[in-house]
Design a protein around this ligand. Structure first.
Ligand code: C5P
Length: 218
């Protein structure tokens, strides 16, 4: 039988991660953090000093990507890399490898395999458009780059990391630009997605409106 999939797409810093975790807790569904897969690939590429022009080597790594997810932790070759893959450096490389069509294709089956009973909350950029086009509910979250940068700075401060707001805003703009303009799976809302502009909402409001939509769609 068909497994219920909730696709949650949008740019970085829009609250997808928090919303996905919230919906996962509420529903008991599985969680796919597809960004973490691209970040793990980026981490592996950096670690193995793979030239980003060497698409064959990146595809080879993507197909056997030694990453697993355990209770919110990301494990790469047996090591906990949860915080290592969250750096701006890894994010920048992730968005570069994610622009390579063969790499995206190589990661498709890996992502589809997360769709298992009782259901899946899928967090990413192309969940509703490419990976799960038949998703039962598709949400597309947006917010201005400034609002997202501010949220990111707050998040980093909580982790004791000093951050420069101008630099982060710039990084977010560049990454948005690359994600939106790439030829394969650009960041766009699916035709049947519901867009939630979170610029003037707090995360509790975002979570509650998404939960209401999810319960309506049952
Ligand atoms: O969501 P997160 O910031 O962890 O994703 C890191 C990068 O991975 C994004 O900037 C994007 O380039 C890429 N990505 C993607 N498709 C996805 C998830 C992430 O291209 N479904």
């Amino acid at each position: 039988s068909k497994v219920a999939v909730v696709a949650i797409d949008g740019p970085s810093g829009v609250g997808k991660g928090t919303l996905s975790q919230f919906l996962t807790c509420k529903s008991g569904f599985h969680l796919l953090d597809s960004g973490a897969i691209y970040r793990a690939l980026a981490f592996g590429a950096i670690h193995n000093q793979i030239d980003l022009e060497n698409h064959a080597a990146l595809v080879e790594l993507a197909l056997r990507l030694p990453v697993s997810f355990m209770e919110g932790s990301v494990i790469y070759e047996g090591k906990d890399v949860t915080s290592k893959i969250r750096t701006e450096e890894t994010a920048a490389v992730a968005s570069k490898v994610a622009a390579i069509p063969e790499v995206r294709t190589a990661l498709l089956d890996r992502q589809k395999a997360f769709s298992q009973a009782p259901g899946l909350i899928a967090d990413g950029r192309d969940m509703g458009t490419i990976v799960f086009p038949d998703a039962s509910l598709k949400l597309f979250l947006t917010a201005s780059a400034e609002v997202r940068a501010l949220r990111r700075v707050k998040q980093l401060k909580k982790q004791g990391i000093d951050a420069n707001i101008e630099k982060i805003t710039q990084d977010i703009r560049e990454r948005d630009e690359r994600d939106a303009n790439r030829k394969t799976a650009p960041l766009v809302a699916a035709e049947d997605a519901i867009t939630i502009d979170t610029s003037n909402m707090n995360i509790e409001q975002v979570c509650q409106s998404a939960l209401t939509l999810m319960r309506e769609r049952g």
